[in-house]
Design a protein around this ligand. Sequence first.
Ligand SMILES: Nc1ncnc2c1ncn2[C@@H]1O[C@H](COP(=O)(O)OP(=O)(O)OP(=O)(O)O)[C@@H](O)[C@H]1O
Length: 232
Amino acid sequence: MLSVDGIRAGYGSSEVLFGLSFEARQGEVVSLIGRNGMGKTTTVRTLMGMLPARAGRVAIQGRDLANQAPHTVARLGVGLVPEGRRVFGSLTVEENLVATRRAGRGASGWDLPRIYQLFPRLGERRRQSSRTLSGGEQQMLAIGRALMTNPLLLVLDEATEGLAPIIRQEIWRCLDVLKREGLTIVVIDKNLAEMRTLVDRHHIVEKGRVVWAGTPDELSGQPELAQRYLGL
Ligand SMILES: Nc1ncnc2c1ncn2[C@@H]1O[C@H](COP(=O)(O)OP(=O)(O)OP(=O)(O)O)[C@@H](O)[C@H]1O
């Protein structure tokens, strides 16, 4: 479904990705994990067309995405929940959601009632200016915005960062619902224990490459991996 094959990318003369590869099959939830600065966000930027791939290939359902403009990548079905939960603070919750609405694709058909069903708090606050939302509610809104594009693939970069445990649980619950509906998801996160039941396959990113891939059980069966690559 998603295939990232040997991508190289960086900023100016500094190279960050050195032939990074991973895959997500239809309906799978896969993670990119690893210490800070190893290239996870750079991978997302390259995937989304925000940063050029200097080599390699990114394809979704066999269609080449490498070096397409971000709006083209979005139109082809990749929904991004960016790091830092960027929402338009001056707009209301509902205006934020409507701004990214795109007509139904496949069976998904996300609309306002479905978003409010998934996140009742957003429904309660729909006329409220987004800047008055809590961090957790802003994150829910960022996810809602990505869903309103009716993505085939959802990419979440540190969606639970800085959130209280109870709010993180709410985000995981929502991702679980999306997985059961068959959405393919790439998640970057540090909470390994909380991802355990959600993720089908972890990918450890180290210095711009995927150095290990396996299930959450395989990862917890090899504590030296977490020690070596995740600093745990
Ligand atoms: N805009 C930029 N210009 C130059 N270098 C950058 C830029 N953004 C990131 N880098 C560098 O690229 C490397 C990889 O960063 P990246 O953000 O992809 O890592 P990460 O694995 O996502 O870690 P983090 O969890 O800290 O975001 C780091 O050395 C970082 O300093």
